[in-house]
Every structure is written in C-alpha cells, then in structure tokens.
Design a binder for this molecule. Structure first.
Ligand SMILES: *[C@@H]1O[C@H](CO)[C@@H](O)[C@H](O)[C@H]1NC(C)=O
Length: 256
C-alpha cells in the first residue's frame, strides 16, 4: 500500500468541484442541497492524478516484469540457402520485460449515466462514477530473448541458438475504474473511499527483434504466425499482473 499516501495527497490537493458545461443534478433529501456539480472538473483533475499513481505502482512493481515465456512454432518453409527451403521449429524464450511503468493515459471519460452525487443530512455528500481509461505505452516494451531453430535442412541436421532483444510496439491498455467518495461539507475537497478496477484490456501492435540466425537463414516472424503467438503470450502474461497491481496497490479506500 505504499502508494496510498501519494494517491491521497494528490487527490486531496487537486480535487475540487466546479461548474462547467456538463453538470449533474444532485439527488438529495433536502431541496436546499439541490445544486449543480460538475463531474467534468473532477475528471480533469482526476486524470493526471490517476496517471501518476498508476505509473508509480506499475513502475515499482512491474518494471521489469519477470517473464519466462517459451513460444514454439512449426514453420513450413524456412529458407536455409538458395537451394534449400525446409520446415523448422523455432522457439522464442522471452525473458524480463521492461517498459510497463511508462503507462500514459490518452483519454479518460465518465461512463455515461454512471456519475452520481447524493446529499444526505446524515451521511453527508457522497459521489460515485465509473471512468473508462484508454492508455498506452508509447515507449514500447522491451525484453531479452533467446531464440532457437532446429530443422532437418534438406538432409542436414540444423540447430542454432542466438540471443537478442525483442521490442513490442504500439502497446495499448484500457481499463475501467469504478470510484466512490465523499465531499466534506458541500464545497470541500472530495475524497475517494474506494476504487475498483476492471476490464483490463491490452493489445500489442507488432513485434520487432534483433534475432538473426545467420548463415542466410530467414524466418519471417509475421507470416510464420510466430509474431502473433509471441504477442498473445506476452499479453496473457501482462494482463493478470497489471490488474493485480491496479487492484492491490490502488483498489482500497483512501482516507484523505
Ligand atoms: C481502447 O478503447 C478504444 C476506444 O473504445 C478502442 O478503440 C481500443 O480498441 C481499445 N483498446 C484496447 C486495448 O482495449
């Protein structure tokens, strides 16, 4: 929970209410409390705060993210020489992944109809909303890889292992965050009492590697299906830890 104080402080110092174009009527038991409150203002202040906190948590816990993935693919036609094209088995072992800490939020919006403010003489003012967060890792992800190729290359047994780097480009991460909190008095700074992160969705656009088996051996990552298999394996490995960090480090309540 080491980020809770940071989150709390940032929220406490930057969360204020105001009025702007998009306003929400307040439900309440007392008509004197019926006023207009802007979730646009909450959103514009919450977005950079959430980004800082998510970056901090991911950076501290998942950058690097220890992976030991092994992705194998039978490839029908690998070019071994001008006169020999043969089937081969190519295995990529993907090690520690760096770059998850560079998460940036590109867009964040209140889910339509989810924002609510409730004023009660007994409970005070409480608010809740669900935000859709769209973000990415513009600096990409990088991992060390070991690659191995084995084949019967036109009657000649062939085996080669090389190490290199793998770059995963165009990483996109979306998730939603359900938030509820309270506002002391009417115009005080809101606090967040709970956040629930859900629907973490990751996509990777493409993979580039420095792997070169040498000897004129050409393996086309994209057309062989190996690129897609590596992308799927990396996404599978990222989504769980990413969601765990959001929920574990940031998901509890914040006393401001
Ligand atoms: C993120 O959300 C945007 C907008 O809804 C969508 O176009 C994109 O495909 C989503 N990406 C992921 C990784 O879910």
């Amino acid at each position: 929970m080491k980020f809770t104080p940071l989150f709390s402080t940032l929220l406490a110092t930057s969360f204020v209410l105001g009025t702007s174009a998009e306003t929400f009527a307040i439900r309440g038991t007392n008509d004197n409390h019926r006023k207009l409150v802007s979730f646009d203002t909450i959103l514009s202040l919450f977005t950079p705060v959430l980004e800082v906190v998510v970056r901090g948590a991911l950076g501290a816990s998942l950058d690097p993210l220890s992976l030991s993935l092994s992705v194998s693919q039978e490839i029908d036609s690998v070019v071994f020489s001008e006169s020999c094209t043969a089937a081969a088995t190519v295995t990529y072992k993907v090690g520690d992944l760096t770059g998850l800490g560079n998460f940036v939020i590109d867009n964040m919006a209140v889910v339509e109809g989810s924002a609510d403010i409730d004023v009660s003489l007994f409970r005070g003012t409480t608010w809740d909303a669900t935000f859709n967060v769209e973000g990415g890792l513009p600096e990409g992800l990088e991992a060390i890889v070991d690659a191995e190729i084995t084949a019967d290359a036109c009657g000649v047994p062939y085996q080669q292992s090389v190490s290199g780097l793998l770059d995963a480009l165009d990483a996109r991460v979306n998730f939603s965050v359900g938030t509820s909190g309270s506002i002391p008095g009417f115009f005080g700074s809101p606090s967040v009492s709970s956040t629930t992160f859900a629907d973490v969705d990751v996509t990777l656009g493409s993979i580039e590697t420095s792997i070169d088996f040498g000897n004129g051996v050409e393996v086309d990552l994209a057309s062989s299906g190996l690129e897609g298999a590596i992308i799927d394996a990396i996404i599978d490995a990222i989504v769980g830890p990413f969601a765990d960090i959001l929920n574990g480090a940031l998901g509890g309540g914040f006393s401001l």
